[in-house]
Design a protein around this ligand. Structure first.
Ligand code: TYM
Length: 331
């Protein structure tokens, strides 16, 4: 049985990028594998959330996970900070992670650009914490979106370095996973290639968005004047709308608008209205369950407690074995 691990930073509700890039894969795997799905609240401290925001966002992500179909009886669902063994493994991995390689990571360079006043050590060592998250359960597969590819490559580097250094074959090499297909990147509504809350809140469609919010956001989604010649390649913003449509609408709907585009007869207003209705249909079941679960604090507490216990059991075993491999001995 393969071990699967994935996580999401608690930044509020999950958007379609999170769903199609990571969660959907995980949902398909949760009954056939040994699955761990967690909320990466240690990671979120790199942006200095307030205590209220931190807890509120963890709750919202947990509710979103469960509303989307994560089954806490099948998978282990937990909150990262409930498993302090991850922090210990992170410390140990940091001793064999080099500043040079960490400085070259694209997401670190991006963060320096975006938050020049808060370039903390946590940002630099983000990839070692992420590696610790994955190898704490000795995972094989990590269902994630395309943006996490480089982090997975770093994880493999750390794993190989550890195994080589201590002449063991202890950690498996984990791979980013999307059912044998290319990893996915869902675009934003603002013309950007990635739907991302930290880039632009309005570029995102959330699982819990109201029907009005979805219609409004899609109405405002960036398009252009339309094609002037048949069968032309689509500009980025238009390609984005088509890609979101590919994810949520039927093949017939997608082909219908694609044909209209190719014949220069497309009216983006019609296309976006259709897409809004399809997103609404797609998100309806999530919306209802999100409201239900948000009110059920008792159930959420139970899920988090059981998940923490199970995750700690697996994590303590790994940390104990790693300590032995490294050479820590008690007197
Ligand atoms: P995060 O919180 O930014 O996103 C969570 C997951 O959603 C995917 N994702 C997307 N996929 C496709 N298109 C998009 N527009 C899009 N936006 C987000 C991400 O690829 C990710 O799979 N570092 C991670 C969280 C993390 C983690 C881990 C993941 C921490 N430790 C260990 C896996 C294993 C992150 O910031 O994802």
């Amino acid at each position: 049985m393969e071990i699967v691990v994935s996580g999401i930073r608690p930044t509020g509700d999950l958007h379609l990028g999170n769903y199609f890039g990571a969660l959907r894969n995980f949902l398909k795997m949760q009954h056939e594998n040994n699955c761990y799905f967690f909320i990466a609240d240690y990671h979120s401290l790199t942006t200095h959330p307030t205590p209220e925001d931190l807890h509120g966002n963890v709750k919202r992500v947990l509710v979103n996970y469960l509303a989307a179909g994560l089954d806490p009886e099948a998978a282990c669902v937990y909150i990262q900070s409930d498993v302090p063994q991850i922090a210990e493994l992170y410390l140990l991995l940091n001793m064999n992670a080099y500043v040079g390689e960490l400085e070259r990571v694209a997401s670190f360079k991006e963060k320096i650009r975006r938050q020049p006043d808060n370039v903390n050590a946590g940002l630099l060592t983000y990839p070692t914490l992420m590696a610790a998250d994955i190898i704490i359960h000795r995972a094989h597969k990590v269902p994630v979106g395309k943006d996490q590819e480089q982090h997975l490559e770093m994880t493999r580097n750390f794993v190989n370095r550890f195994n080589r250094m201590y002449k063991v074959d202890y950690f498996p090499e984990p791979t980013a996973y999307n059912f044998g297909e290319e990893l996915i990147k869902i675009p934003g509504l603002d013309g950007s290639t990635k739907m991302s809350k930290s880039d632009n809140e309005n570029s995102c469609l959330y699982l819990g968005d109201s029907q009005e919010a979805i219609r409004k956001k899609l109405k405002r989604a960036v398009t252009d004047q339309g094609p002037t010649e048949p069968n032309q390649p689509k500009p980025q913003a238009i390609e984005n709308i088509f890609n979101i449509m590919k994810a949520v609408s039927s093949v017939d709907t997608y082909n219908h608008f694609s044909d209209l585009y190719n014949n220069c007869q497309i009216r983006y207003g019609d296309m976006k209205a259709q897409l809004a209705e399809d997103v609404i249909i797609f998100t309806n079941p999530f919306r209802e369950k999100i409201a239900e679960l948000t009110a059920d604090t008792e159930y959420l507490r139970k899920v988090a407690r059981i998940g923490a216990e199970k995750a700690r059991e697996s994590a303590s075993k790994t940390v104990k074995e790693v300590r032995e491999i490294i050479g820590f001995k008690s007197f």
